[in-house]
Design a protein around this ligand. Structure first.
Ligand SMILES: [Zn+2]
Length: 136
């Protein structure tokens, strides 16, 4: 949650905020839901009476939740990697495959990232078996 962004803002791809206010009815000069230079919170409040920015405590709580979620994801990704599983979906990998500039997991097909697949001798290869995977 950005410090100056209204708590009810749903993004510009949406038509209304969480309070049901249609963005096209707000203005002039752009929506007041996000901070812009030269328009303070009071000026933004004149354009939308429901404008509610998060308190420092709410921002702190959000940051703590994000940090916890990231830490949990890293722990899970390390566990999947350790057991030969795809880091994205957890499927035990049988091989990795080079397609263009990217490396994909098999059999799930998840994109593992950009890079060059090389065997133990350093030679470029189009596919590399993954052995030792375990469902445990
Ligand atoms: Zn996968």
């Amino acid at each position: 949650m950005h410090p100056g962004t209204c708590k009810y803002f749903t993004g510009l791809a949406q038509q209304t905020c969480q309070q049901g206010i249609a963005y096209r009815t707000l203005g002039p000069g752009g929506i007041p839901c996000v901070p812009v230079p030269g328009r303070d919170e009071a000026a933004r409040q004149e354009l939308c009476a429901l404008l509610t920015c998060p308190t420092p405590e709410e921002r702190q709580r959000d940051q703590e939740e994000e940090s916890r979620a990231i830490k949990d994801w890293i722990i899970e990704a390390q566990a999947r990697t350790a057991r030969g599983a795809c880091v994205h979906c957890g499927t035990i990998m049988t091989a990795t495959r080079q397609i263009g500039r990217c490396i994909y997991a098999e059999p799930c097909g998840c994109r593992l990232g950009q890079g060059t697949l090389r065997d133990a001798t350093g030679k470029k290869v189009s596919s590399l078996p993954v052995t030792g995977g375990t469902d445990a």
